[in-house]
Ligand binder design. Structure first.
Ligand code: AMP
Ligand code: MG
Length: 419
């Protein structure tokens, strides 16, 4: 009998190898953040097509909002200097002031004029009493003491003055921003071109959905997921298909992708095994930073440049691929797309679970909120794709050892915080 013994089974296959320097997640993110910048061109865009676009320059208000002092209510306008402690009876000036062309006349001191919401204040008017607080007589109105000078009016430019910055560069234009842009008289804005993101799946075992599956074959789950993610971020996905575990094929795919895209997202083949051609190629190109990031689920993520185009070599496992895409590729792509580095908004919530976590790596658990508490998916197995659909977000656990009991606060990041 030979003395050769198989290695002992590891009880934790994510245990950190002794003597290897694993980069903590926060340090890896800081390094990425420091090294990236926008890589896309710019164009002008009419606000009718601007939803979701990224501002390449700050937008300066061309006009004040509101442009003229006006009334916030339907009522009667007059000069506030006549207000005293007592009740008032004021004669009405002829006509009325409504939204649209400004009332042409001057309202004499001590007179009031009928005025409707949004109307510019006529000359001689700086105060409005609400119609509900007024008794209307024959050619005059009466109201009680207590109306303050300037009441129920909006000052010109009280929201934004002409020449002020209405929106900052890097902002992703929202429906509310469209209202603001229109209000301040801006119809054309300078925006970044959408980031073009090539998506490649690697692996001999992968099949297109719809193809008949033989033994040992699985459907490519990552490409639809990553393409969807790219679309959700507002970028332009370029589908580069499935590439087998063959270095020459992958090299060719990288060449094509680098020509067409600003960023390349791959999944699979990112660690250091025989069939891990993504990391091998990036090493070969001499532009590899194999980030041994201490992250579960994750394992080494391959990041490097291929002919100047950044490649994010995500793990093949769909759960790990999604987590690494959200944690690393998302903020990095934000910088490259021009919207800057965005930290996802998380919330501290009581845990609905129990967990003993070892030190030395960050962990992301598939989680959802029920009755104000964060539940986690029953299995941490990273092959459990259904857990991604079950979850509404991730619970983030930092570097240290943590003993979590039900009710302890944990950080929950909803998936919506990543989009
Ligand atoms: P790899 O990182 O290439 O070693 O892949 C790790 C695991 O993820 C393996 O079980 C692969 O079969 C699986 N995998 C890789 N790519 C995909 C994909 N696109 N869709 C589904 N599973 C995948
Ligand atoms: Mg593979």
């Amino acid at each position: 009998m030979s003395g050769l013994k198989p290695p002992p089974l590891r009880d934790d296959c994510f245990a950190l190898p002794a003597g290897v320097d694993w980069t903590p997640v926060d340090q890896a993110l800081d390094r990425l953040r420091a090294r990236l910048h926008p890589v896309v061109g710019q164009e002008t865009c009419n606000i009718t097509n601007a939803l979701g676009r990224i501002l390449a320059e700050p937008v300066i208000a061309a006009r004040a909002n509101p442009p003229l002092a006006n009334t916030a209510v339907d009522g009667y306008g007059f000069a506030g200097e006549i207000l005293t402690g007592g009740d008032h009876v004021l004669p009405l000036a002829p006509g009325r002031a409504a939204a649209g062309p400004r009332y042409p006349g001057h309202v004499p001191k001590g007179h009031a004029i009928r005025i409707l919401t949004g109307a510019a204040l006529p000359k001689g008017v700086d105060t409005v009493v609400m119609q509900e607080d007024v008794t209307l007589g024959n050619g005059e109105i009466a109201f009680r003491a207590g109306v303050k000078p300037g009441a129920n009016t909006r000052k010109a430019g009280e929201d934004i003055a002409a020449g002020e910055v209405a929106l900052d560069a890097g902002r992703v234009v929202t429906p509310a921003d469209l209202a603001l842009l229109a209000a301040v008289g801006v119809d054309e804005i300078q925006v970044y071109l959408p980031l073009k993101v090539a998506v490649i799946s690697t692996g001999d075992e992968l099949l297109e959905p719809g193809q008949p599956a033989g033994e040992g074959q699985i459907y490519d789950a990552n490409r639809p997921m990553l393409t969807g993610l790219v679309q959700q971020f507002g970028y332009h996905p370029i589908d580069m298909g499935i590439v087998p575990d063959c270095r020459d094929d992958l090299r060719e795919a990288f060449n094509k992708a680098a020509e067409k895209a600003d960023v390349i997202l791959t999944s699979g083949g990112a660690s250091a095994g025989d069939e891990d051609h993504v990391s091998a190629l990036l090493n070969e190109a001499g532009a590899m930073a194999e980030w041994r990031v201490a992250l579960k689920p994750g394992r080494p993520i391959a990041m490097g440049l291929w002919q100047g185009t950044p490649v994010f070599g995500l793990p093949g496992n769909p759960v790990a691929a999604l987590v690494c895409a959200l944690i690393f590729a998302r903020p990095a792509m934000g910088v490259m797309a021009g919207s800057g580095w965005k930290v996802p908004q998380g919330y501290s919530l009581p845990a609905a679970f129990e967990k003993h976590k070892k030190p030395g790596r960050w962990e992301y658990l598939r989680a959802r909120i029920r009755e104000g508490r964060a539940e986690v998916f029953a299995s941490e197995g990273s092959g459990r794709i259904s857990g991604l659909s079950w979850a509404d977000g991730l619970v983030e656990l930092g570097d240290g050892a943590i003993e979590i009991s039900p009710g302890d606060p944990v950080r929950f990041i909803p998936f919506s915080s990543f989009s």
